[in-house]
Design a protein around this ligand. Structure first.
Ligand code: ZN
Length: 65
């Protein structure tokens, strides 16, 4: 099975190169994710890359109901 880096055909899911707040580095295909933190700064919006979204079960804002 061959897997290259170009897995996502750009359709209606906006993504891009940016800072992933979960693994603390730049990554491709980051999406805006809403984070609800208790006890710190309250709610916020951070970007997460696809692997981190899988690991942490994050749902991009655009995909939420
Ligand atoms: Zn990440």
């Amino acid at each position: 099975m061959s897997e290259n880096t170009q897995t996502a055909p750009a359709t209606n899911t906006p993504s891009g190169y940016g800072w992933c707040a979960w693994h603390q580095n730049y990554a491709r295909g980051v999406r805006l994710v809403q984070v609800i933190e208790q006890g710190s700064n309250g709610n916020g919006s951070l970007f997460a890359c696809r692997p981190c979204r899988d690991v942490y079960d994050l749902v991009p804002l655009a995909d939420q109901p």
